[in-house]
Design a protein around this ligand. Structure first.
Ligand code: PGA
Length: 255
C-alpha cells in the first residue's frame, strides 16, 4: 500500500433481493459508523455495488454514512432504444458515485471490447461518476506468458482521454482468480500492479495517484498479504462482499 487512500469495493454481482440487500448495506454502514465512533476517521474509502434494482433504496440506506455506492455497468449512451441497459446518468440519478466497467464477466458474457469499455468509462466521466475500469488475463493467456502484454493492451484500449486519479480507478482482476478461490500469488499480483502502474505513466499524467485495486477471490485470510503490496491500493471484492464480517475484515487489513 503506497500513499494512496485505499478503496475497498464490494461487487455484489447478481445477488440480493430487497430485504437481504438493504440489510447488507445497513450492516456495512453500521461497521463503518461503529469504527468511526470508537476510533476516529476511517482512512479508507468503502463502496458497495448492488444490483441495479436495489440502487435507489440502498442509496437511502447509506444516507449519512461514509459508504458510497456504485453501479456494476453502464451503457455508453445517455438514453435511447437499448432494452435492459442502464445509462451512467441513470446511475448518477439513483445515487451512485462510481460504476464498474469492463468487468471480465461483462467482457465474456456480453462480448465487451476495449473500445466499448472505453466508451462506457467516458460516459461515466461525463456524468461525474468515477469509473472502475477492470483489466485482467485469462488462465490460457497467463500460461502462454502473455499476461502482462494483455493487461497492458487492455489498459491502453480501455482508458478514455482525460482519465485522472479523481475519476478513474483501475482493477486488476486475473479472470482465472475470479470466483474460483484461486488467488494469484503475491508475486504475480505485485508484478501485475507494477506493470499497470508503468502502463499508466504512458496514458495518464496522474499515474502515481491513480488507485489500482486487486480483485479475484480476495478473502479475509489472504487480504493482508495483498493489501500491503506497494502498488495495491485496495480490493474489488465479489463473494466475500456478501458477508458483512468478511467484507469488514478485508477492509480492516487496509487500516
Ligand atoms: P470474487 O469476485 O471476489 O468473488 O472472486 C471478484 C470480482 O469479480 O470483482
Amino acid at each position: 500500500m503506497g500513499e494512496r487512500r485505499p478503496l475497498i469495493a464490494g461487487n455484489w454481482k447478481m445477488h440480493g433481493l430487497r430485504q437481504e440487500g438493504l440489510a447488507l448495506a445497513a450492516a456495512v454502514a453500521g461497521k463503518a459508523d461503529a469504527y468511526q465512533s470508537a476510533r476516529g476517521p476511517l482512512h479508507l474509502d468503502l463502496l458497495v455495488c448492488p444490483p441495479a434494482t436495489l440502487l435507489r433504496e440502498v442509496s437511502k440506506t447509506l444516507a449519512g454514512s461514509i459508504v458510497s455506492m456504485g453501479g456494476q455497468d453502464c451503457h455508453a449512451l445517455e438514453n435511447g432504444a437499448h432494452t435492459g441497459d442502464v445509462s451512467a446518468s441513470m446511475l448518477k440519478d439513483a445515487g451512485c458515485s462510481h460504476v464498474i466497467v469492463g468487468h471480465s464477466e461483462r467482457r465474456t458474457d456480453h462480448r465487451e471490447t476495449d473500445d466499448k469499455v472505453k466508451a462506457k468509462a467516458a460516459a461515466a466521466h461525463a456524468c461525474d461518476l468515477t469509473a472502475i475500469i477492470c483489466v485482467g488475463e485469462t488462465r490460457e493467456e497467463r500460461d502462454r506468458g502473455e499476461a502482462m502484454a494483455i493487461v497492458g493492451s487492455q489498459l491502453v484500449g480501455s482508458l478514455p482521454d482525460g482519465a485522472t486519479a479523481e475519476n478513474t480507478v483501475i482493477a486488476y482482476e486475473p479472470v482465472w482468480a475470479i470466483g474460483t478461490g484461486l488467488v494469484a500469488t503475491v508475486e504475480d499480483v505485485a508484478e501485475a500492479h507494477a506493470e499497470v502502474r508503468v502502463g499508466l505513466t504512458k496514458i495518464s499524467s496522474d499515474s502515481d495517484a491513480m488507485r489500482i485495486l486487486y480483485g479475484g477471490s480476495v478473502k479475509p485470510g489472504n487480504a493482508a498479504g495483498l493489501m500491503e503490496l506497494e502498488d495495491v491500493d485496495g480490493g474489488l471484492v465479489g463473494g466475500a462482499s456478501l458477508e458483512v464480517d468478511d467484507f469488514w475484515a478485508i477492509a480492516e487489513t487496509c487500516l
